[in-house]
Design a binder for this molecule. Structure first.
Ligand code: NAD
Length: 501
């Protein structure tokens, strides 16, 4: 599809000026945009400028109840749930096409709402479109089973939709995290209620209008903007929701499991936080290039990335030389205007996140880590933090254990493979790990021993839609992407038939 993408900062600013006055800010329930039942709204603010973009419907228990009953009714009507998978595929492919036609607008909404650079947002939207296409194409290729029985029986294992899925997502990749949840849940025939983050609701609402245009029936896809402790919790406690598909912090993930236990034992799929180790062995090739990857692994998206390579473990034989190169690479990754296509980093999402990251930087200093780069507050109205690197970090320090979710890198040294593995696994989290070496035996040994949902060898975050994404330990229990995500949103049903001889 030929879509003209704005090329310069001025082009994006012009587009923003035309877009902002017409933003959709109401909830999307049963196929229509409506105000919250209470009439309440909340402001969504551009963190790069402080400008209020819109006042968005603040949904609560009444809206959750309404949306859940509409979702259940849609599921019972079956116009989506019982549709042949190949027909659902056509509708989802149509949605992907519409998203592609509006990609610049969707990207701009995410950039304005949460401060990420426009070039990153465009990449995210392409990722979301790719996810929708991959999943849609998969749905009519997932088969049930015929059990190995004697001649007097036929045992069928059918895959059915779960029913109503509530997808609760974060703000750091607003539309891409949304796609990772809603694409497989919808493809499998479920009715989906999306609760976007209160910090980034705008692209989800635009997506709702595209979903309607694509032909997704009313009640099958709904969007409830609002806060976690109100509408998020109401959905999680609902007796009529069959599954929570969550991406967000470990603390909230733990709460959702409790809500499921307090209500109807709904399934809870969690994609939570991380503190990912990136291990560099002295035998790796081209240290300069690896250093640039190591810097991008933490500074991409302002460090607001679940799989950020926030712990850099470097073999002591090359540590001094390597860290110097990472510091050099970081100089080229300074934050800038998110609307400038040349900016590598943008603004932190809001004042609370900004303060939280600065507090961790202060703590790192106080605990005796050596500041090699960044750390200072930048002048200006926006919430910008430069790439910050601490060397000489020890495992007891807060900056080595806690997820900062900002552009702060903690560097450690190690002397042996054994020590590197032990340090890497010394974490409550297990989302991702990186490994740089030329020794294939070592690569396989270490990859197997790392407690992590995914291991990147001589790359960071390279994988595409074909492989699952998710964590172990307190990084969660779910898997996004790949056909494994699709089957998570189906229920197995056994049909056992007795056959006459
Ligand atoms: P968060 O946990 O604060 O919020 C996530 C979502 O949960 C939001 O929509 C929020 O409104 C909602 N929520 C909050 N409290 C709730 C409650 N009591 N009941 C129901 N819903 C509630 O996380 P965040 O700050 O939006 O995002 C950052 C976190 O997300 C980081 O920890 C990051 O690592 C994680 N994350 C993980 C992945 C992954 O795939 N593993 C991907 C992206 C982000």
């Amino acid at each position: 599809m030929n879509v003209t993408i704005p090329a310069t900062k001025a082009d994006w600013q012009a587009l923003a000026e035309t877009l902002i006055p017409c933003l959709e800010s109401r909830a999307f329930i049963d196929g229509a945009f409506v105000d919250a039942t209470s009439g309440e709204t909340f402001a969504t603010v551009n963190p790069a400028t402080g400008e209020t973009l819109a006042y968005v419907a603040s949904c609560d228990a009444a809206d959750a109840e309404l949306a859940v009953s509409c979702a259940r009714a849609a599921h019972a009507r079956g116009e989506w749930a019982r549709l042949a998978p190949g027909r659902r595929k056509q509708t989802l492919l149509k949605l992907a096409e519409l998203m592609e036609a509006h990609q610049h607008e969707l990207a701009l909404l995410d950039t304005l709402d949460m401060g990420k650079p426009i070039s990153s947002s465009l990449g995210d939207i392409n990722g979301a479109i790719g996810c929708l296409r991959y999943t849609a194409e998969g749905i009519d290729k997932v088969y049930g089973e015929v059990a190995p029985t004697g001649e007097d029986s036929l045992g069928l294992v059918l895959r059915e939709p779960l029913g109503v899925v509530a997808a609760i997502v974060p703000w750091n990749f607003p539309l891409m995290m949304t796609a990772w949840k809603i694409a497989p849940a919808l493809a499998a025939g479920n009715s989906v209620i999306l609760k976007p983050s209160e910090k980034s609701p705008l692209s989800a609402l635009r997506l709702a209008s595209l979903a309607r245009e694509a032909g997704i029936p009313r009640g099958v896809f709904q969007v409830l903007p609002g806060f976690g402790h109100t509408v998020g919790k109401d959905l999680a406690l609902s007796m009529q929701v069959d599954c929570l598909a969550f991406t967000g912090s470990t603390a909230v993930g733990k709460q959702l499991m409790q809500y499921a236990g307090q209500s109807n034992l709904k399934r809870v799929y969690l994609e939570c936080g991380g503190k990912s180790p990136n291990i560099v062995f002295a035998d790796c090739k081209n240290l300069g290039q690896v250093a640039r990857h190591a810097a991008a692994a933490i500074f991409h998206n302002q460090g607001e990335v679940c799989i950020a390579g926030s712990r850099l473990l470097v073999e002591n034989a090359i540590r001094k030389e390597f860290v110097d190169k990472v510091v050099e690479a970081a100089k080229t990754m300074q934050p800038g205007d998110p609307l400038d296509p040349q900016s590598f980093m943008g603004a932190m999402v809001d004042e609370a996140q900004y303060r939280r990251v600065l507090d961790y930087i202060e703590q790192g200093r106080e605990e005796g880590a050596r500041l090699r780069s960044g750390g200072q507050v930048l002048e200006g109205p926006g919430l910008f933090i430069p790439p910050t690197i601490f060397d000489g970090v020890t495992p007891a320090m807060a900056i080595s254990r806690e997820e900062i979710f900002g552009p702060v890198l903690a560097v450690f040294g190690f002397d042996s493979e054994e020590e590197a593995v032990a340090m890497a696994n010394d974490s409550d989290y297990g989302l991702a790990a990186g490994l740089w070496s030329q020794d294939i035996d070592r690569i396989m040994r270490v990859a197997r021993r790392l407690q992590s949902g995914q291991v990147f060898v001589n790359n960071w975050a390279g994988p595409d839609m074909t492989v699952p994404f998710g964590g172990v330990k307190q990084s969660g229990n779910g898997r996004d992407k790949s056909l494994h995500a699709l089957t998570e949103y189906t229920e197995l049903k056994t049909v056992w038939m007795s056959l006459a001889p």
